[in-house]
Design a protein around this ligand. Structure first.
Ligand SMILES: C[S@@+](CC[C@H](N)C(=O)[O-])C[C@H]1O[C@@H](n2cnc3c(N)ncnc32)[C@H](O)[C@@H]1O
Length: 263
């Protein structure tokens, strides 16, 4: 790994990564799948699921491309518990490890490139791994937007904003780009993709929304980093209570589903 690259912010804890994967799958699989269906993916397609995490989309793609297609799911820490006919896993760092040229009909990555300072050169690598006419789909947040709409008190609303600011500090320190989602379409065009299209979506979050549960989970998963960013243990407990209060409402950050085709 490049010595100047900070380590991936979500770290090594397997239990925390599993809960993160459950929240991501519940919150975003429907949007991801709607985008993938629009590419026409089906029987016989050869797919790369990059940074596959808990593997829910890798499994969906394997079922979708059966019986004659296949899916390669890669990750820094592959979760090989998820298995399906046609699905294989590889430990792979997309920044430093090569990808086979002109191989995939579809490459999909959700919430991976935002973490990679080298995202523009990674896009070039992904383009070269596609067959001509092959599709790239990226699903990415812009976490610079997202607000409390209602909380039990104004202090609770202010604490939620303070928490979002601390998460932003943690992400910046780790080399993530929080605005990447809104810039991805331009970046795909710059990398030479054609037929670039974007579907943005926003949600209203209540205490039981999986997207908000992901933020609640950050109070545990990113605990040390959030303390280093200036929150206290007490504030972490309080913001958990704010986000799980049935009176709480927030507008989510936008999720951008972005498509492009290799020329
Ligand atoms: C926020 S998680 C998203 C996981 C999954 N794509 C999802 O949306 O459920 C980001 C994933 O990217 C992986 N990742 C981070 N840096 C990577 C790299 N350089 N190469 C490959 N995977 C990477 C992480 O291990 C993690 O599984």
């Amino acid at each position: 790994m490049d010595v100047t690259t900070p380590p991936y912010v979500f770290g090594e804890r397997a239990d925390a990564r599993r809960e993160q994967a459950r929240c991501l799958s519940a919150a975003y699989d429907p949007l991801t799948i709607e985008g993938l269906v629009a590419t026409g993916v089906g029987d016989g397609w050869r797919c790369l699921e990059l940074g596959a995490g808990g593997g829910s989309i890798a499994r969906w793609l394997a079922e979708r491309t059966a019986p004659s297609g296949w899916v390669l799911a890669t990750d820094l820490r592959p979760d090989e518990e998820v298995q399906a006919p046609g699905l294989s896993w590889a430990r792979h760092d997309v920044v430093t490890d090569p990808l086979p040229p002109s191989t995939f009909d579809l490459v999909h990555a959700r919430l991976v490139l935002r973490h990679l300072p080298q995202r523009q050169s990674v896009l070039t690598k992904l383009a070269e791994s596609l067959v001509p006419g092959g599709w790239l789909q990226l699903d990415e947040f812009d976490t610079s937007y997202g607000h409390c709409l209602r909380a039990s008190t104004s202090d609770a609303a202010a604490l939620y904003q303070r928490f979002l600011d601390a998460v932003a500090t943690v992400m910046n320190r780790a080399g993530a780009d929080r605005t990447w989602g809104r810039r991805a379409a331009a970046a795909l065009t710059e990398a030479g993709f054609t037929e670039v299209g974007v579907r943005p979506s926003l949600e209203v979050w209540t205490a039981d929304s999986p997207g908000l549960r992901l933020l609640v989970h950050h109070t545990d998963h990113l605990r040390d980093e959030l303390l280093a960013a200036g929150l206290t243990e007490r504030q972490l407990g309080e913001v958990r209570a704010v986000m799980t209060d049935p009176r709480f409402l927030a507008v989510s950050c936008p999720m951008y589903v972005v498509h492009g085709r290799r020329r």
